[in-house]
Design a protein around this ligand. Structure first.
Ligand code: AOF
Ligand code: ZN
Length: 329
């Protein structure tokens, strides 16, 4: 199963909102004879690629074999046919499953189908690790909202930026070239990225992922008063943009994003939006970058929250990152 988790990760950045899934087959002697993973959204599932790999290598008889897969095999017609049917055609002796699939179209039905057909099924092997790998996918299906990560950078004296009146005054650069890359990695890891009105106006960010593998995130912006100009960079044609103006309540935004199938949201500011979400209590992680030698005396205060845990030190910056366990409305 540890190997399946490694295989699953090969699909990172390319499968969302589907889960990352890895599969392998081992023979009666316990030797791994084939591996596969879910490589791309809409593409074949891990099990399909695994059996295809085995067949490529000349294997035709799977009756003494064990199939290991990090997520319960699906039993529904989605973009691809049910993996349970493929498994029943090949009839391995045993199927070992990491975690059950929270997707209501699958949940428990895949395992039940295999058992009814007389295949031995073992479940919950490294279940916690399998759930952790797909924490975003599980959040969407179990809590009907995206997994939320709040992220900001602040000076040593606790400011996000200088106070600026127009976008002609440049934003304060706190991140370095290296930590900027880490931010783009986070943009690649999450399906959507969100900012408030002032940030969209004053910073005029494009919010794309140009420095890491994978896709651009879907951009989400609040614009209650319809003040964002159509030529704001957030509306550039490079990625989709969702604007909330009539209803900008956090609960509503989360529910709406979930209905659109968005399983993860990175909130990049500004101060008002970050504070609102921190106060709501409905978020999952916080990532804060501190420039330990930069002080500006006055400016836009960073959220007043005690930084937790041991920071990583990267390129002269301190990176704090912690998890919230409550996260529920
Ligand atoms: C698996 N193995 O590798 C994946 C699974 O639209 P489809 O056909 O791609 O189905 C997507 C759903 O199938 C997804 O939400 C999840 O429940 C399951 N994904 N299942 O057995 C895989 N990617
Ligand atoms: Zn499947």
């Amino acid at each position: 199963m540890t190997r399946c988790l490694q295989l699953a990760r090969m699909g990172e950045y390319y499968v969302a909102p589907n889960p990352m899934v890895g599969a392998l087959l081992f023979d009666a002697e316990g030797k791994i004879i084939a591996e596969g993973w879910h490589e791309q959204f809409g593409g074949p599932h891990a099990e399909v690629n695994c059996f295809a790999h085995a067949e490529q290598r000349g294997y035709r008889d799977f009756r003494e074999m064990t199939l290991v897969v990090s997520l319960e095999p699906c039993n529904h017609y989605g973009k691809t046919p049910p993996c349970t049917e493929l498994i029943l055609r090949h009839r391995p002796r045993r199927v070992v499953v990491g975690s059950l699939d929270p997707n209501p179209l699958v949940a428990g039905l895949g395992v039940a189908r295999l058992r009814e057909a007389g295949i031995e099924v073992v479940t919950d092997v490294l279940r916690d690790e399998c759930r952790e790998l797909n924490k975003r996918f599980f959040m969407l299906h179990e809590h009907h909202r995206p997994y939320v990560i709040q992220k900001w950078a602040q000076t040593a004296d606790g400011f996000l930026d200088r106070v600026r009146q127009s976008k002609d005054e440049p934003v304060l650069r706190i991140s370095t070239a290296v930590t900027k890359r880490i931010v783009h990695k986070m943009r690649a890891e999450n399906m959507a990225i969100m900012v408030g009105t002032r940030t969209a106006l004053l910073d005029n960010p494009a919010l794309l992922n140009t420095h890491w593998a994978g896709r651009n995130p879907i951009r989400v912006v609040l614009d209650r008063k319809h003040v964002l100009p159509p030529d704001a960079r957030i509306f550039s044609g490079d990625a989709e943009t969702i604007v909330y103006s009539d209803n900008t309540e956090w609960d509503f935004v989360l529910r709406d994003l979930a209905e659109r199938g968005i399983h993860s949201l990175l909130v990049e500011g500004g101060a008002t939006l970050l504070e609102t979400i921190l106060r709501s209590g409905v978020y999952d992680e916080v990532h804060v970058e501190v420039a330990p030698e930069m002080t500006i005396g006055e400016g836009v205060p960073a959220p007043r929250i005690a930084l937790r845990g041991m920071p990583q030190q990267i390129d002269g910056r301190l990176l704090y990152e912690w998890r919230e366990e409550h996260g529920e409305a």
